[in-house]
Design a protein around this ligand. Structure first.
Ligand code: NI
Length: 179
């Protein structure tokens, strides 16, 4: 598995670099959408990151602000009928690879979990009007990252959810890592 390959490379690389420049991170890019990493802090744990996509409309608007304050704060993103984005979601789970399978989390299960708990819920929806999660929560990219974290965190065992990063555009993204 990619996890075992990384775990095997780590000690060799870590021993080969000079003491003043220790190995901090080793990353294996399996496909443009799937990567594995080991960090220096926990060299027995492998992080698995996969990209997912959904398309949705939203309107940035806070019920606690006046219409004028909302317009001033959010500009054209406060347009009453909303606007759309193709969201890119990077989900990272972490764990010690399973002894039998060598996987942090079997990929088909990871994909099915994100699909059923996140993508099927948010894709092709108007986030403010069509989803319970954002009925009373402003669907900013920050809040979307935080909400997706809570939608996924209970469902990735035996791995643990490490972070959720949501790109609203290639330039604008937010990350939530619990807490
Ligand atoms: Ni927007």
């Amino acid at each position: 598995s990619a996890e075992r390959l990384l775990l095997d490379i780590w000690p060799t690389m870590a021993a080969a670099v000079p003491a003043h420049a220790p190995l901090v991170r080793l990353e294996l890019l399996a496909t443009p959408h799937l990567r594995f990493a080991i960090m220096r802090e926990e060299p027995t744990v492998v992080q698995l990151t996969q990209q997912f996509e959904f398309s949705a409309a939203h309107r940035l608007h806070c019920a606690g602000l006046s219409d004028e304050e909302n317009r001033r704060t959010f500009g054209k993103c406060n347009n009453p009928n909303g606007h759309g984005h193709n969201y890119l979601v990077e989900v990272t789970v972490a764990g010690v690879p399973d002894e039998k399978t060598g996987a942090v989390l079997p990929l088909p299960r990871f994909e099915e979990t994100v699909k059923s708990h996140v993508i099927d819920v948010l894709d092709h929806k108007h986030l403010n009007d069509d989803t319970e999660q954002f009925r009373n929560v402003n669907p900013s990219v920050e809040n979307i990252a935080r909400v997706i974290w809570h939608m996924l965190a209970p469902h990735v065992a035996p791995a643990r959810l490490h972070c959720v990063r949501v790109f609203e555009t290639p330039k604008t993204w937010a990350e939530f890592a619990g807490g």
